[in-house]
Design a binder for this molecule. Sequence first.
Ligand code: NAI
Length: 385
Amino acid sequence: MVIKPKIRGFICTTAHPVGCAEALKRQIDYVKAQKPIEDPPKHVLVIGASMGYGLASRISLAFGGGASTLGVIYDKPPQGNRTGTAGWYNTETFESCAADAGLYAKTVNGDAFSSDIKDMVIDVIKRDFETVDCIVYSLAAPRRTYDDGTSVSSVLKTVDNEYTNKTINPQTAEITKVTVPTATDEEIENTVKVMGGEDWEAWITALSDAEVLDPKAVTVAYSYIGPELTHPLYKDGTIGKAKEHLVETSKKLESQYDGLSAFVAVNKALVTQSSSAIPVVPLYISILFRVMKEQGCHEGTIEQMYRLFAEKLYNPEGVIPTDENGLIRMDDFEMAPDIQAEVAATWEMVNSDNVRDLADIDGYNHDFLELFGFDVPYVDYDAEI
Ligand code: NAI
């Protein structure tokens, strides 16, 4: 069959295996062209390893540090006329590239929130590693199902007052006003259950109870802060409440497990499956990309994650740089005052007529398509697969 993108709202329901493989190999090539990570971890568990920041973390630690990686993903293989998910193809290619490079890479496919998957992962660690010395927690999920079958969903809403601002439909480049409603207490609570630190803690507890947590292990989870214009719906919204809980969890984990280092890294806003679902943010990202590319400081997920592991978490000085709240700031270039001043000035004047000049819509759409293996250079998209 010939595979074309089928975009519905902010998701693409098809994925291109050759394009995913090519895009992934380009991430590997980027890491291989950098200095190796000094003193890297040996046995790494990446929870949420098939897309976005988790995938880039896995690639950086494997190809930049020679680490053995065990990934947890929740993806579908191809079936009949339906393509597999992009994460499925990414993982297939990652495992085969790792094998070619003589690196251990195994993956458990299933719901990371469940106890069954935690047990399965622990069995693999016992058999193949004995312990893990680095755990990357990079889930972005719309809902969480508990072992008893009950489910809770996360919502992207404000906490105090509804918020109206500009948003964009990246496919048509049309800018409209969107009003983000206020969440109920239950919605806030549920978003914290899905995207906060509860499951991160459950993973660390399960690993420790099973005696497969290295006493000097490092664990990291990811957050976002962003500029004031996104605060009502991100930092101060329901997702921000979950991220606050993630930070509290990092402190709790360190006090509970002697020798464990638990960090939250604040990453740059990038086009991933989850960020494209947030209102207002795609327009902000498109403007940010234009400004950062012009200033020569733009990064993608792989540049961010290589820098996190090589220059922060496993830097040769041995002291991990954090801000006054203990957070690792990977959003330093994004939040630089000159970048933010230009983004804010652009935000005021951007409209449907001038958006193609003021914002990097093509770059945004390219990154979105590339997530699913489309618009990747040198791939023949008319070829039968
Ligand atoms: P993503 O959507 O690209 O990747 C999420 C990963 O989690 C995928 O591999 C997906 O398969 C996996 N996953 C989801 N539910 C799962 C489940 N139940 N079991 C197993 N795996 C599951 O998301 P992205 O953007 O990489 O997000 C990762 C983290 O980074 C999140 O905490 C997000 O808030 C954070 N972050 C994202 C930023 C962005 O701009 N994209 C910026 C800063 C932080």
